[in-house]
Design a binder for this molecule. Structure first.
Ligand code: MRU
Length: 353
């Protein structure tokens, strides 16, 4: 497993995922603006990875504030938080991470600005470590849904590099394989930015997990021919009613699964659940540059000059298409997700298995 993002000698190093699978390149971010640019331009992408990167970016940002008192420091730090929050609107882990860091800073305000700067590096590293542990737990709760010789299908990339490590949907695959199950994965290429073809296929091959790359419009063909046993994807934001926002095309895949009686699982940490959002319909959807649709890699033009193109980066899969949501505290029916919100309900009572 290679690091997605790391703090090294006062610099945030981000794996430039736009260059994968052809090159493994790390970009050094010496200031928080470069971290924000890296998130916007998809050097590091995937909801949990965005959250951890933002936290490290804020640790970096705290060092650029010339303040000796907390009163001087805080308003400037809040501005940096707002700048970071303006990078990508859909993955709630970004806002979750920023809120956690802000709360942490407030809790430590009496320690002084210099100490806060150091503590922020430690806290962002803690978030990274916690994310890996969380994904391992998601893996063990999810692998029970995978049987020996199963054919899986996935969309986008919810692998190690979409997180701090191990992955969510791919974490489930990894855990199943670690338990000795033989699996095979159909990987949707995931137009327009090709996270499936470039990242998931690459990661699965690194892990020696058998996979077949397909274009997004082939999924129905393989389901019709009884060649898919289950689907598993990650999530960018889950609403209280169990609706799931994930990479554009996830909704179509889920509808196809329902038509063919194939279970459709979503693997995501609790930090992806937006406990303030009633319905998926309200989730803000990132609209990206239409050039991603008219061109491949921003270079090769595949559509007529001047054609109008749309590029919503995510869609919402209504809860009725989701078989279960697999988190680090267990797998739940989407209709039960809201019960986890108050922190009073024991997840054990709600777990599916
Ligand atoms: O635009 P991206 O590449 O950030 O979209 C990523 C996804 O949709 C992932 O499936 C999701 O963030 C889960 S990552 C564990």
């Amino acid at each position: 497993m290679i690091p997605t993002v790391e703090w090294k000698n006062g610099i945030v190093r981000m794996l430039d995922q736009t260059r994968l699978p052809l090159e493994i390149v790390y970009n050094d971010c010496k200031d928080y603006e470069t971290v924000a640019r890296g998130i916007k331009e998809l050097w590091v992408r995937g909801a949990p990875a965005i959250g951890v990167s933002a936290a490290m970016g804020l640790a970096l940002g705290s060092r650029s504030i010339p303040a000796s008192s907390f009163e001087e420091f805080w308003p400037k730090f809040e501005e940096i938080c707002a700048f970071m929050a303006a990078t990508r609107p859909t993955a709630v882990n970004l806002f979750w991470a920023i809120e956690r860091i802000k709360k942490f800073v407030q809790e430590n305000r009496d320690k002084g600005v210099e100490a806060i700067r150091d503590l922020l590096v430690q806290e962002s590293q803690r978030m990274l470590d916690e994310d890996i542990a969380t994904n391992r737990r998601i893996g063990s709760y999810g692998s029970v849904f995978v049987s020996d010789d199963d054919n899986l299908i996935t969309h986008c990339n919810a692998g190690a590099i979409a997180t701090a490590g191990y992955g969510t949907a791919e974490g489930v695959m990894r855990a199943a394989v670690e338990e000795g199950k033989k699996i095979h994965v159909y990987v949707d290429e995931t137009r327009p930015v090709l996270q499936g073809a470039r990242l998931t296929a690459w990661e699965l091959m690194q892990e020696k997990i058998p996979c077949t790359l397909i274009t997004d419009n082939m999924a129905g063909y393989f389901m019709y021919h009884d060649m898919v046993d289950l689907a598993i994807v990650g999530a960018d934001r889950i609403a209280l009613n169990g609706d799931v926002a994930n990479k554009i095309g996830t909704y179509s895949l889920a509808v196809l699964c329902k038509e063919h009686g194939i279970p459709f699982y979503v693997a995501a940490p609790l930090s992806t659940i937006d406990f303030s959002m009633e319905s998926g319909y309200l989730i803000p959807i990132e609209e990206r540059n239409p050039d991603e649709v008219t061109h491949v890699f921003g270079k090769v033009q595949i559509a007529p000059d001047g054609v109008k193109a749309a590029n919503p980066a995510f869609d919402v899969t209504p809860a009725r298409y989701v078989t279960a949501i697999i988190t680090e505290v267990g797998a739940f029916y989407p209709r039960d997700i809201h019960k986890l919100a108050d922190g009073k309900t024991d997840p054990e009572k709600l777990r599916i298995k």
